[in-house]
Every structure is written in structure tokens, then in C-alpha cells.
Ligand binder design. Structure first.
Ligand SMILES: Nc1ncnc2c1ncn2[C@@H]1O[C@H](COP(=O)(O)OP(=O)(O)O)[C@@H](O)[C@H]1O
Ligand SMILES: [Mg+2]
Length: 376
């Protein structure tokens, strides 16, 4: 059986229609949750009702694969529905891949799949609705000063999204390369916790295969050079994109910016590297923060970003190392050297909560208490 066939089988009710209202996937509802069948049953009728027939005013955004709508289900809960565009065989394959991948991935910093619908021409993916939308709007949208993501929120988001990606790379078997790490794929829940979204581009990597070559997907400005030029995919491409995202989080600059004189575009690295070389760390911070950031944390995080965006993939840290480096660089008052933190350490849930809490209590008025000697 080919991979596509296997995946097609996985999409359990591809012939469902509105009239039939056949449940399209196994259930994880309160009545029938099981470890084998972790998903909720959604009928097309329910989804149409929830989104007022995909009404324009429920539109949350649009991406390469389709349009995302907000929906309110009869029980009162909120959902986000991704309605895929044309159903070419290629898109069908990608739908199947996304569903298959998402269905088995569960981590508190990943946006898991709640359900899906596959019937007639419709392919719909249902997620939890993230009330604070994507990081993109928070970094680049026009927001009043009191709605701006503050420094500690940014550090939590950086750590959270790194943890989610590290889980994809190191814990899921076979490993998953995301391939489209970017600000609009980091969604924020009601407590502004990061949930990395969109595994539509992800390919399952069999164990022992370090890289493969394929057509380039992803978003300009975030692409690792070896991926953009030769289509060479590996986990370190995600590490590169994450490095760009880190710079974006601290600076609120776009990965690619038009130069004011109209002479072309400049990427965020071209902008940041001279500042790093001149040790002008503070000029890298988002000016809208008005100086309310921890300068040591800022320097540490920028150093991590620079290591992630090394031109040679073999010089980049792994995502697991990135999490450790960020922990060490953000954790107030607990100095760690880069060499020490690259040693693999598994954190318990409680330890992770502890660091989150520390980041939370590092108030700007305290002068941010971290005093470590992170490498330059
Ligand atoms: N679960 C969700 N909750 C809230 N908003 C979402 C959700 N999923 C997606 N969105 C919004 O829909 C937009 C479009 O998503 P998507 O189709 O994945 O394209 P892209 O990631 O390229 O922006 C996102 O930028 C985000 O703002
Ligand atoms: Mg997306």
C-alpha cells in the first residue's frame, strides 16, 4: 500500500455528505474518548452552524492552504476551522499528512487537532480557538501601549515555542520537521501561552534519515540558506527559522523589511549582526518596550538567535539545546555556561512551571534579577 493510500484510509469518512452527517473521525468527546481514538466527532452540519456557513465576518485569516474561520459550537465552546482550498490530489495528500501528524502530537506548546471533516469537496480541520490569535499581530500590528506584549510574556513565548518545536524534533517518533516556523504559526491562548501551529508542511522523518531533498516550502525571511538554495530539509532548518523568530520577538522587526529608500530589502540578520558585533544589545530591543526589559536576558536570547542562524547547519544547536540555552539565559539568578547547558537534561513538568513562574515574576521594576555570565 502506498503512503497516500495509507493516509487516505486514515481519513475515515471521505465520502460523507451533509445529509448523511457521518462522523468523520474517531471521537475524544466525553462519551467516547479513548487512547486509540483521541478526536471529537464533527459533522459538516455542526461546522456550518458554528461558522454561520463560513460567513465572511467569522474569517480569522488566510494562509497558503486555505481560510481559517472562528466558530461557536452548540455546547458553547469556540473552535477554529481551517477550510482547505481546492481539492487537487496534492492538496488531498497534504490534508491527509496534516491530519495524520496532528492526530498523534500532544504537547502543551503545540496546537493539537480537535477533529476534522473530509467529505465531498470539503476538507476541514478543527482546532481549539486561540483567543489571542497569532504572535504576528502582537509584534507587527498596531496595538495600544497597554496591549503590547511585555518582556516577560515574550520570554515565556520564546521558551514555550522552543519547547514545542523541540518536542517535534526529539520526542515524536518519527521526528517531525515543521518547515514553516514563523510568527503567524505561533498562536496564543487565553493566558498568552505559545502554541506552535500548522504541521501541514511537516514530513515524517524515518529514524536514521538525517535529511532529505524536496521542493522548498516555508516563508521567505525564515528560510535556512541550505533549504532555500538546495531544498535540503533537516531539523536544523527549523532551528534557523526559530532563530529568526527569536530576533523578531525581541525586536518586533519583520524578518524581511523594505528599505526606506526603495533600494531593496534587508533581512533581520543583516540588521542585527552589526549591532551584535558592536555589542549594542539594547538597540536590538523593541523600542516600544521603552527600556522595560532585562538587558542580560536580552543579550542571552540574542546570542541564542545568532547561534541558531549560523550559515552552516552543523554549527547550529539542536532544538533541545536551544531550550536549555534559553532556560539558562532567561532563568533569573542561575548562571549557566553554554558548555554546561548543551548536556542533555530532561525537565519535569514542575521544573518547567517553575521557570515559567520565574519569568512571570521578573518584574521590570525589580531591575530583572538575572545576573549570569552567558557567553557572548
Ligand atoms: N486556532 C486558531 N485560533 C485563532 N486564530 C487562528 C487559529 N488558527 C489560525 N488562526 C488565524 O488564522 C490565520 C491564518 O492561518 P493559516 O491559514 O495557518 O495561515 P498563516 O499561518 O500563513 O497565517 C493565522 O495567522 C491566525 O491569525
Ligand atoms: Mg498557519
Amino acid at each position: 500500500m502506498t503512503k497516500l493510500e495509507k493516509l487516505r484510509r486514515f481519513c475515515c469518512a471521505s465520502k460523507a455528505t451533509v445529509e448523511q452527517d457521518i462522523p468523520t473521525c474517531p471521537s475524544r468527546s466525553s462519551t467516547s474518548t479513548s487512547a486509540d481514538n483521541p478526536w471529537e466527532v464533527f459533522t459538516l452540519k455542526q461546522i456550518l452552524q458554528a461558522t454561520s456557513n463560513f460567513h465572511e465576518c467569522n474569517k480569522l485569516g488566510e494562509g497558503g492552504f486555505g481560510t481559517v474561520y472562528h466558530g461557536r459550537i452548540a455546547t458553547g465552546g469556540e473552535i477554529a476551522v481551517k477550510r482547505l482550498k481546492a481539492m487537487t490530489p496534492k492538496a488531498e495528500m497534504e490534508f491527509a499528512v496534516e491530519v495524520e501528524v496532528l492526530g498523534r502530537v500532544r504537547h502543551r506548546n503545540l496546537l493539537g487537532l480537535r477533529g476534522y471533516y473530509a467529505g465531498g469537496d470539503e476538507r476541514l480541520i478543527i482546532y481549539d480557538y486561540m483567543p489571542n490569535h497569532s504572535l504576528l499581530g502582537h509584534l507587527h500590528g498596531r496595538r495600544p501601549a497597554d496591549k503590547l506584549l511585555d518582556w516577560r510574556q515574550r520570554m515565556r513565548i520564546a521558551l514555550g515555542s522552543a519547547s514545542g518545536i523541540a518536542y517535534l524534533h526529539h520526542e515524536v517518533n518519527p521526528h517531525i520537521v515543521h518547515r514553516d516556523i514563523k510568527a503567524s504559526n505561533v498562536l496564543l491562548d487565553e493566558k498568552f501561552r505559545a502554541k506552535v501551529a500548522d504541521f501541514g508542511f511537516a514530513k515524517l522523518m524515518p529514524d536514521g534519515v538525517s535529511h532529505m531533498t524536496s521542493k522548498v516550502k516555508g516563508t521567505l525571511g525564515y528560510l535556512a540558506p541550505e533549504y532555500a538554495m538546495w531544498g535540503k530539509v533537516s531539523e536544523s532548518c527549523d532551528v534557523y527559522s526559530f532563530g529568526i523568530l527569536l530576533l523578531e520577538i525581541v525586536s518586533a522587526r519583520k524578518p524581511l523589511e523594505k528599505l526606506p529608500d526603495g533600494t531593496g530589502r534587508r533581512d533581520i540578520l543583516q540588521w542585527a549582526l552589526p549591532l551584535v558585533e558592536g555589542e549594542k544589545w539594547e538597540q536590538i530591543a523593541d523600542p516600544r518596550l521603552g527600556g522595560r526589559f532585562d538587558p542580560i536576558q536580552l543579550r542571552n536570547v540574542v546570542v541564542v538567535a545568532i547561534r541558531c542562524t549560523d550559515g552552516s547547519p552543523e554549527n547550529r544547536p539542536t532544538m533541545r539545546e536551544v531550550v536549555e540555552l534559553l532556560w539558562a539565559g532567561i532563568r533569573p539568578g542561575r548562571a549557566k555556561d553554554v558548555k554546561a547547558v548543551v548536556v542533555e537534561q530532561k525537565k519535569t513538568e514542575e521544573e518547567e512551571e517553575e521557570v515559567e513562574a520565574m519569568v512571570m515574576i521578573a518584574q521590570p521594576s525589580d531591575g530583572f534579577s538575572s545576573r549570569d555570565n552567558f557567553v557572548r
